[in-house]
Design a protein. Structure first.
Length: 197
């Protein structure tokens, strides 16, 4: 598996992202050296794609596959792409507050701690559907790790497209998110323009 070892704050700075988008409370005090340089149209499109890939932790090939699937679906390609990324199991676990960051959520899923509709799922890219019930396994709920996580994520806003009971470490998908419900600072139209060349 490919691993991105670039420091998170450095990557956030280069992409112009706030670390809070990733669930990280740190702030970088350094300034970007090339801030006043003019960026081409292609450069802007590429940066938006890099942002989306970095936020959701998806590599190039799967990201391209998401785009192809989104293009085949009915409706706007960009909105379909963002909805598919938002419905990844690792992202849903992060959004429900069962992990501090998406990377931690991915690890929680990989370690087989997550049940979807009562069945164990250890695939971070698993697509959740309306009505799915996501929960942490019974035997894992008592772990100190989850107590610490709930302490940190307790005040985090839960998106309106899901119902969450943090005490029971359980949540339900009420509906699939629309673009207005997704608060990720990415301009998906630029990604569509980049791939449709």
């Amino acid at each position: 598996m490919a691993i991105n070892r670039v420091p998170v704050l450095k990557r956030c700075r280069s992409l112009g992202l706030e670390p809070m988008v990733l669930g990280i409370d740190k702030k970088s005090r350094r300034e970007l050296k090339r801030a006043n340089r003019k960026v081409s149209e292609y450069g802007l499109q590429l940066r938006e794609k890099q942002k989306a890939k970095f936020i959701y932790g998806v590599l190039e090939k799967p990201f391209r596959n998401y785009y192809v699937k989104a293009d085949r679906m009915k409706g706007m390609t960009g909105e379909n792409l963002m909805t598919m990324l938002e419905c990844r199991l690792d992202n849903v676990v992060f959004r429900m507050g069962m992990a501090r960051t998406r990377r931690e959520a991915r690890q929680v899923v990989d370690h087989k701690h997550v049940l979807v509709n009562g069945k164990q799922v250890n695939i971070p890219s698993f697509q959740v559907k309306t009505g799915d019930v996501i929960e942490i396994k019974e035997k894992c709920r008592g772990y100190q790790r989850y107590k610490d996580i709930v302490e940190v994520t307790g005040g985090r806003l839960v998106p309106e497209w899901m119902d969450v009971d943090l005490e029971a470490l359980k949540g339900t998908i009420k509906q699939l998110p629309t673009r207005e419900m997704i608060d990720v600072p990415v301009d998906e139209m630029l990604i569509v323009e980049l791939y449709s060349k």
